[in-house]
Design a protein around this ligand. Structure first.
Ligand code: GLN
Length: 490
């Protein structure tokens, strides 16, 4: 299994073609997707036509972009004119976007081929890809287990070699946690780095689009193609995007890695072992290890579960069956309000309904001060804690997720599910950047399951983050096993 950059280079050098790449993925998707359920929709004819067009361009020596010919999968909460954009929700079952997200425009302008739309937890709410309107996603490493969520379809598609790379979205961990559980790289940019235009809004002050990839250099390349100011997203940052790919392999000479004591509670032994091994590898590369203090780690989840549902409850108000979405045809709707209620009850799944109710509650008169305003104050303290930590270090190292992939149906308590993101939500709350990297295997359940480590860096410190991530990747080497689905039959 090659990464996106090697595929792109092979296509450019004409040792293979974009068409052969697309056909290879389509064959594997046809074989694996009925089990894995990573894709909602596959753009068979359109991907082939786009590939042929790129191959013709390359053959004639015309200039092509940085992603010429590489098939990329798109999380189904990112608007594409091609196909539907369902957010894995019955309420948007037949929604076709009249426009492309800016991220899609930028990918295709660079020559990428859209191969399909990937499954997710409904409206990106979840950590397991079980909250899906059309069935759960399965982890290619062990199909009885979850791939993580909410970008679980994208993560499973990359891990299962069903695309060259994928886009996901991350509001509290939804790129990094599934990347960790599927043994791939997942990157959450600084808030504002990549345009949110066309990303169906969940928590607008937290949401970011980002790549899920086989390698750090793939993530860096996609970041370069996607990042930058967008007049269509007023929260996109004006900050210049420094090139990161060109200098990726320059070893960072001296750097400081911060380790918070708060990141060592309740992890599985394999996760703690992966962080320890990563610490040693980074030390071996010349890193100074420093202790940092993030005492608000524990309250991240409670803060997030006030802020994110509050924003979700207002963002999702538009799906009322009149302006957007499924409209109930059940008899007995007495008036417009009743029609809204029926449509929303039929269209939204249980977790989404829970979030809307939570959010409406914390914003309501009498509770706003106690919950929402309070959470905003805590948000500021969390940000200040990170600022203090980054005065002492360049990156913060820790686990991405406390455990490896759990069995499908294995976590039924919503609070236990929310705790999967204990190490990832604060990155979004503080608006900084973070990356999950494959870092080891957990053999405790028998079959090997990947575990990841996370590196976090200050806002707009992507160049440093990528360089250190790449240095770690080089020192760490590939995982000693692959998902069994990929092992060629003897
Ligand atoms: N798992 C978290 C949630 O359910 C984060 C989701 C996300 O990042 N989109 O809200």
């Amino acid at each position: 299994m090659e990464d996106l950059v090697s595929l792109r280079d092979a296509i450019a050098q004409r040792t293979t073609t974009a068409r052969a790449a697309v056909d290879g993925y389509l064959t594997r998707i046809a074989a694996a997707n009925p089990t894995i359920n990573a894709y909602h929709e596959v753009f068979v004819d359109e991907a082939r036509a786009a590939a042929d067009a790129i191959d013709t361009k390359i053959a004639s020596g015309s200039p092509t972009g940085a992603l010429a010919g590489v098939p990329i999968a798109i999380k189904d909460n990112i608007a594409t004119r091609l196909g539907r954009t369902t957010c894995s929700s019955k309420i948007l079952e037949n929604y076709r976007s009249p426009y492309n997200a800016t991220a899609i425009e930028r990918l295709t302008a660079a020559g990428a081929i859209l191969i399909g739309k990937t499954n997710l937890d409904e409206f990106a709410m979840g950590s397991s890809c079980e909250n899906c309107a059309w069935g759960a996603v399965r982890n290619p490493w062990d199909t009885t287990r979850v791939p993580g969520g909410s970008s679980g379809g994208s993560a499973a598609a990359v891990a299962g070699d069903l695309c060259a790379a994928a886009l996901g979205s991350d509001t509290g961990g939804s790129i990094r946690q599934p990347a960790s559980l599927c043994g791939i790289v997942g990157f959450k940019p600084t808030y504002g780095r990549i345009s949110r235009y066309g990303l169906v809004a969940f928590g607008s002050s937290l949401d970011q689009i980002g790549p899920l990839t086989q390698s750090v250099r793939d993530a860096a390349l996609l970041y370069e193609c996607l990042a930058g100011e967008d007049p269509l997203d007023s929260t996109s940052a004006v900050h210049a995007v420094e090139p990161v790919s060109a200098t990726l392999d320059d070893s960072p000479r001296t750097f400081r890695v911060g380790i918070p004591s708060q990141y060592r509670k309740g992890n599985s032994p394999a996760v703690d072992a992966a962080v320890e091994r990563a610490t040693d590898l980074l030390k071996g590369m010349g890193a100074t290890i420093v202790d940092v203090d993030l005492p608000m780690t524990d309250v991240g989840i409670s803060t997030y579960y006030v802020l994110a549902p509050a924003e979700a409850s207002s963002n999702l108000a538009r799906f009322d069956g009149i302006r957007y979405g499924h409209r109930s045809t059940a008899p007995g709707a007495k008036d417009l309000f009743d029609l809204y209620a029926h449509s929303r009850a039929e269209g939204f799944g249980v977790e989404v309904q829970r979030r809307i109710m939570l959010g409406t509650y914390v914003l309501s008169v009498g509770y706003y001060d106690a919950y929402y305003r309070r959470a905003l104050q805590v948000r500021r303290v969390i940000k200040q804690e990170f600022d203090a930590a980054f005065a002492k270090c360049d990156v913060i190292l820790g686990p991405t997720s406390p455990t490896a992939a759990f069995p499908i149906g294995g976590v039924t308590d919503p609070l236990a599910m929310y705790m999967c993101d204990v190490y990832t939500v604060n990155t979004n709350i503080a608006g900084i950047c973070g990356i999950s990297l494959p870092a080891g295997l957990d053999h405790a359940s028998g079959a090997p399951l990947p575990v990841g480590i996370q590196l976090q860096a200050q806002a707009f410190a992507e160049p440093t983050l990528f360089k250190i991530a790449r240095a770690f990747e080089r020192a760490s080497g590939p995982l000693p096993a692959r998902p069994p689905a990929l092992t060629p039959a003897a």
